[in-house]
Design a protein around this ligand. Structure first.
Ligand SMILES: [Zn+2]
Length: 657
């Protein structure tokens, strides 16, 4: 540790002596309340918080509050003592649109400035010292220091060309186990088969905390894997800041952007959720508000030159349809949810620093037409997806919001259910079918390789709703997509396949089985524990899913992170309502139960929970990660979620021997 006095302090002392002034409370130096990237350079643990791959871009930013009556008139950033020469247009000084409170909870003083240097990068591995110096209008200077690390890459191995990351949202160990019990069966203590993800040769455990909580949500939960840094809950691809604008936050370059810029790789995103949802967006979109759907879907298209977006498939058509109605009406006549209030216009310095599209507040935009004009084939159902062949680029939007779940899609295909008709989308593809199509499109012009993220979104959404049968079948569907990726990697050995989750959801636990009578009586006494649980047996149809989940002695699930619910220990014919669905009041699905507290309220028994609200919540429990293919051996052990990014970086840039 060095103890030399910085020259600017010596200057200030000299100035004070010259003028004969004294430093008093009223003339205290301006205060720097935040320096970005976040760091803790005095930490005894010596954990470097912010880490980047060589050349990976990120924004430097500071929040500076001047003395009363003064203002900030200049600033500079320095790395390792060398002042950065800010290129024209990559600095900004924001003095309006600030949050009323600073990060420490105190009121934001007048004239507080947020100063930025956009799109910085360093190619030099190691821990670097970061300094910001701000100059106040009365000549006083203030400096704050932090650090960040550039993680070096070991060269000379065989590199991974393609990366497929399959993310089972909310999928903890219990979700995987339950899917295996249901679809493979156990006898005499042994599983009668393995999930595709069980057969991956390398498995690790991942710590899932976000920047501001031990319990993450899906936005930082995904983003940390693909930019290497912790983010606050609800924020994706950015560090937190002190401005109100949700799209101007300091950016961190995503894996897709980094690999597209340096290696020409393309990006595919496949999800069973609405494509604006946190997990898909946290691969390509930079915002501190995961709920800003209009701007999120616009940025997919407008910044495709940064990400290499080639495939985008899932639900969420409501964000792509032009809002033709009265802009103040709660629901547009065609189902559009586009609003100026969830759209963006980027500040000029961000546009210049990143080469990003400036954006526009355009609720009337026909985004499907704009995708088509940009060369994307557009498909709206499974029949259209199959008929599209292998286009160069593909947009698939199969429902207004989140797609229906496997349980209901499969029962529709079997002629046993009209739930997907109730939602208005009778012909939705399964996740494995979407994955197969995405791999064909991405493989078509694949000189440089691709990064494909495939999300099984409703493992999480149905676990929140404590609809056990639906999330178990959702995990089965997800594993079928894993098999598609596994088969692709078997044919293309320069592919790395990773299967993991962003966090555990609901504290799910397999607590036993129903006593072997049908129907089970809705009470706690129904739960057969230990040896009384035996080995639940399901009959699997040719389509790969159980003929029914309501078998005698069926597996029973408990929740450790639950809200109140009524439990019958049987599957529910109707899914619980999805509040993101437009037209919910007018469709037949308005008959579906609105919450787990209303589902089976007449026939079930009350299971009281520990958390407020109507849904189960995420937990902080570590989650499993399985890997196969080129570089998979890097993924053993117990590690932080941000470590995954650097392991991918090693596999892709340096390779493995
Ligand atoms: Zn969730």
């Amino acid at each position: 540790m060095k103890h030399s006095i910085p020259t600017h302090l010596l200057r200030r002392v000299a100035l004070a002596l010259t003028l004969g002034t004294m430093v008093t409370a009223s003339s205290a130096a301006p205060m720097i309340s935040r320096l970005t990237p976040p760091s803790n350079p005095t930490s005894a643990e010596a954990v470097t918080l912010a880490r980047f791959l060589p050349g990976q871009r990120f924004d430097l930013q500071a929040t500076v509050s001047p003395d009363a009556g003064a203002s900030i008139v200049g600033f500079s950033f320095a790395v390792d003592g060398v002042r950065l020469k800010p290129a024209p247009n990559v600095t900004s000084l924001i003095t309006s649109g600030l949050n009323p409170k600073l990060s420490d909870g105190s009121a934001t003083p007048p004239n507080t400035a947020v100063v930025s240097l956009r799109g910085y990068s360093s190619a030099v591995p190691g821990v670097h010292q970061l300094q910001v110096t701000a100059l106040q209008s009365d000549g006083q200077e203030v400096t704050r220091s932090g650090n960040f690390e550039v993680v070096g890459i070991t060269r000379g191995g065989k590199v991974a060309k393609n990366i497929i990351l399959l993310l089972g949202d909310g999928m903890g160990a219990a979700h995987r186990t339950a899917a295996r019990i249901m679809v493979k069966g156990y006898a005499q203590g042994k599983a009668q088969g393995r999930l595709a993800m069980d057969t991956f040769p390398y498995t690790g455990m991942v710590m899932t905390a976000s920047l501001n909580s031990i319990v993450t949500d899906s936005a930082p939960g995904m983003a940390n894997y693909v930019n290497g840094n912790k983010a606050n809950n609800n924020e994706e691809g950015v560090f937190p800041d002190d401005t109100i604008d949700a799209f101007d936050n300091p950016r961190i370059e995503y894996l897709a952007e980094y690999l597209h810029r340096l290696k020409g790789k393309t990006l595919g995103i496949v999800t069973s959720a609405d494509v604006f949802d946190a997990t898909p967006a946290a691969n390509a979109v930079h915002t501190s508000n995961r709920g800003n759907g209009t701007g999120i879907v616009d940025q997919y298209l407008d910044d495709r030159q940064l990400t290499g977006l080639t495939v985008l498939m899932g639900g969420g058509r409501k964000w792509f349809l032009p809002n033709l109605s009265d802009k103040t009406s709660p629901q547009a006549i065609n189902g559009s949810q586009r609003r100026a209030s969830s759209d963006y216009i980027l500040p000029a310095d961000l546009v210049a620093g990143w080469g990003a599209a400036p954006g526009a507040k355009d609720p009337g935009r026909d985004l499907i037409a704009d995708f088509t004009a940009a060369g994307y084939a557009y498909v709206s159902d499974k029949t259209g997806m199959d008929a599209a062949g292998t286009p160069d680029k593909l947009l698939g939007l199969f429902s207004y919001s989140n797609m229906n779940v496997a349980f209901d899609k499969i029962n529709k295909r079997r002629g046993m259910s009209t739930v997907v008709d109730d939602f208005g989308f009778p012909d939705q593809p399964m996740l494995d079918e979407m994955a197969d199509k995405a791999l064909k499109v991405l493989s078509k012009n694949n000189r440089n390789g691709f990064y494909l993220m495939i999300e099984g979104a409703s493992i999480d959404k149905q676990a929140h709703l404590m609809d056990s049968d639906r999330w178990i079948e959702e995990t089965i569907e997800f594993d079928r997509a894993v098999k598609v990726a596994q088969d692709f990697a078997a044919k293309h050995p320069d592919t790395l396949v990773i299967v993991t989750a962003d966090h555990e959801c609901a504290g799910a636990a397999i607590i036993g089985a129903a006593a072997a009578v049908m129907p089970p009586s809705p009470s706690a006494a129904t739960v057969a524990t230990y040896e009384a649980a035996r080995f639940p047996q399901y009959s699997i149809a040719a389509d790969g899913y159980p003929r029914t989940t309501d078998v005698p002695g069926r597996m029973l699930i408990g929740y450790g992170a639950n809200a109140d619910r009524y439990e019958t220990w049987l599957s529910s014919d109707q899914p619980t309502q999805d509040s993101q669905q437009p037209f919910i009041a007018s469709l037949p699905l308005s008959n579906h139960p609105r919450t787990p507290q209303l589902r089976n309220a007449a026939s079930g028994y009350l299971v009281t929970g520990q958390v407020p609200g109507t849904n189960a919540v995420h937990t902080a429990t570590d989650i499993p990660l399985s890997a196969m293919g080129r570089g998979a051996a890097l993924f053993t052990g117990t590690y932080d979620n941000t470590d995954v990014f650097f392991k991918i970086g090693q596999a892709v840039l340096g390779g493995v021997r």
